[in-house]
Design a protein around this ligand. Sequence first.
Ligand code: MRU
Length: 382
Amino acid sequence: MDHVRLSESGTSVIILDQSLLPGEEKYLELKTLEEMVEAIKKLQVRGAPAIGIFAGYALAALSKQQCRPQPIRSCCGASGTSDEVFLQEIQFQGDALKGARPTAVNLAWAVDRVIKAVRVEMFRARQEDPLRLNANAGARRLAEAAVREAKAIHEEDIQMCRSIAQYGLEEVQKICAANDHEGPIGILTHCNAGPLATSEYGTALGPILLGAEQGVEFRVFADETRPLLQGARLTTYELQKAGVDVTLICDNMAASVMRTGAVQAVFVGCDRVAANGDTANKIGTFGVAILAKHFGIPFYVLGPSSSIDLECASGSDIPIEERDPEEIKSKYYEKPMAPEEVKCFNPAFDVTDAELISGIITEKGVCRYPYKESLAVQIGNE
Ligand code: MRU
């Protein structure tokens, strides 16, 4: 069952609440813009591609609500039925969704795609009615355009993840062959870039899940990923379910594990890749990349081309989300583990320098350093 999907009526979005995993598998039905924005902020839906897919469906569902004889409620105070009002409304909703989390570019990318599809439909209606007798496409037709685009975003993500998984698997098998490595392939990963963060295979976990289907043996080390424990709660949950050998470690144990020779490659996902290859991903990724460099272990970023933002020249242009200090001090503890008034710094992401990345694996293949050229060629080829 898809963990992010449009409800049967098309007027709400259903998600698996990731904040409760692995203890509870609970689905939520989200109907209002406020509920949808909160779900992103609270990480009930999370992972860069998944929040993009979610935002697409959120706009689709809210658009479908405009088709009811009595729209549930105007979010931006607009009223009437004309296409312009529809557009104002969806733009307001899109801005609210985009504002929920700033780092993952997929969120804004998906919102912009759905709004563009609506604009194109408005334009088509005008073209079809040269005398301007009734130049409105109407809410139903515009909502259908939003639904089609949201479904296309989801479908494309499934295809992209499959392709990333294939390229990643070939890459790690080449590394193992070049190093005469025998036995299970050791992978260290940080945070969660599996099916829950995307669709089907995931990105960083894609080669592992695809390999497992083909009988390739992996041994995965999952960083727990403080403070929100996506590695402990989600990566181990997904890999165990798929029957993959996974060992949970605290973030500060990665160096010791690497020193043993048990890690053939590091695979991580990404929230935004700048034009020069600098990559924002879950806080702690940068440290893992430095360790990998120290031990001579190849470090790969895996992500769809929708995570690449050529508008950001380098990592310093990527906005980094800061979150509530309580995530460090008290969340997931039985009682607070720091003095109440202590100062905290809680960035949700960090930026890994392009020089530390052995390859950026997208659905189109493996980009190599210098990334300015290789990424531009891949994206430019669209
Ligand atoms: O804060 P989160 O849990 O949304 O952070 C997720 C990550 O950092 C993932 O590695 C990234 O989004 C890639 S998911 C394919």
